[in-house]
Design a protein around this ligand. Sequence first.
Ligand SMILES: [Zn+2]
Length: 236
Amino acid sequence: MIWAIVSGEKVEALPKTKGICPACQEPVFSKCGETNIWHWSHFKKTDCDLWNEPESLWHKQWKLTFGKDNNEIRIDKDGKWHIADVLTNNKVIIELQNSLISKTTIREREEFYGERMIWLINGASFKQNLIVKDFWEDEDYRMIKSLPQKPVRWIRKKPEIIKGKNDQFFDWKRPRRSWIAVERHIFIDFNCDKLFWVKEGMGTNQIRGTYIAKTDFIKKYGGNYEYYNQHSPCPL
Ligand SMILES: [Zn+2]
């Protein structure tokens, strides 16, 4: 968590400080070491939202890009609650994902947050496994069928999409298979100024998508691009 309530104010972690978690109202203490980014930690781990990931610089910069009042927001639904990483003014939830995640957790989160949720995942640790594929330049669908690798479902079902001019295809070595369960829009962050919006094949050996400028993404969801640009940990 990057926020806690100290003397009635929502503040970032400061050395040797105690506060209250704005989500569960339990006491927290600051962790301000030299390796990890400064954050707040619960005295008892089970007190709060178990979906929370360890805080990283990547998380923090994205959260702060959307403003102090739009991140780490408690969402209550059907007697349960979770902390959304980002809740935009237009009520879109952006879930930031840095580490591995199971299929079950992906499904649970999507069901809990509903349709107005998107994923933004940090691709820095696996971008070297994605290899650009340029077969579509031939505009020949048969070539794909002759590939030694079994075509993935989107190629068989919708050959016409292969001619999408802005589409980019990747071969993904050792894909993170759990993402096959994803049903919401998903954006991968592995580039300083663009996001890769995955349209099909997430979690398989072949993915199709398109690059979008981070500035457009941030603007669309009401964030502050200038802030992001000044603070983003580029090169990723
Ligand atoms: Zn808490």
